[in-house]
Unconditional design. Sequence first.
Length: 196
Amino acid sequence: MSKSEKIIELIFGKRGSGKSYLAQKLMAGHRRYLIYDTLGEYKDGIVIQNLQELKPFWHKVYRRNFRIVYQPLKPVQEFESICELVWECENMAFLVEEIDCFCSSLSLGDSFQSVIQRGRHRDISLIGVTQRPHGIARLITSQAKQMYIFNTTEPRDIEYFRQVLGENVVQKFADLKQYEFVKWQDGNEQLEIGRA
Ligand SMILES: Nc1ncnc2c1ncn2[C@@H]1O[C@H](COP(=O)(O)OP(=O)(O)OP(=O)(O)O)[C@@H](O)[C@H]1O
Ligand SMILES: [Mg+2]
């Protein structure tokens, strides 16, 4: 079981920029995880595609180590049920692909909100991945401890990062090579450039 601090991390970038590749590497350090794999990109774990199959499996393994890749057939409809399982489970990592689809300010589910706001106290790490930064609820960005931002060229995304993280982050974009990201950490003035 990972003893590291449980935090919220976000990964931003255009199609093919290397988000899921990085996310997979971040997950490798976790012994108990569920990946909400909306695009069918992950292989590292047992792949399950419906709730009927997931629930009995989950009840067998949730006290032990597990690596579950959940590929929902109806991502929006099933998301809150998965968040309920995660919230009840505690002490695990939860990776959400296309997280912007589940957090428009009008439709933030109760369990997802609990995971975001109080997950730390239950040892739940949340890793969110998205191509659309401006679609992310402020509730999530305000709680995020680390953000990985791949090269961004869309004007409204640049403006978003300028407002949320500041001009120094935006200025780094021009230096980024393929698969490189700017790593922002809450409370740390220093920005890092990295690659998975
Ligand atoms: N650091 C890296 N080194 C080598 N190859 C990489 C690296 N990062 C990503 N790749 C490769 O680049 C391709 C695209 O990466 P990835 O699937 O992670 O992009 P993505 O941002 O998740 O894209 P999408 O938005 O379409 O899901 C993959 O084939 C992946 O293996
Ligand atoms: Mg991806």
